[in-house]
Design a protein around this ligand. Sequence first.
Ligand SMILES: [Zn+2]
Length: 112
Amino acid sequence: MTEGINPKKRTTIYVDPNIHKQFKEICEREDVSASQKIEQFEFDYVNAHCHGNPQTLLQTHFNPPNLICFRCKGKFRQLISVEYVSGYLAKLCSECLEKDRKRGIVKKAKLK
Ligand SMILES: [Zn+2]
């Protein structure tokens, strides 16, 4: 396993341009590079999910959930429409909504 500071790899990803613009502005305000933020997110995500996402392990064969949560990318039968304080709209599972509510970034949420 790798450790510490590794040589960086340049990559291309597709993102929402409006969110990305706001993301870069916030990074600049916080005096941290967008790459550092993304790398930290990936590090945390990989450590949280490296043993598998429990939601996908619990799928049934009957009426399988097919709605994908914007946050965790898990599949669900029902998602909640969320408006963030940034104005961004997304559909989340209840667990991710709860996490984002605790972060104080949810403006409105409604079950659809
Ligand atoms: Zn989720």
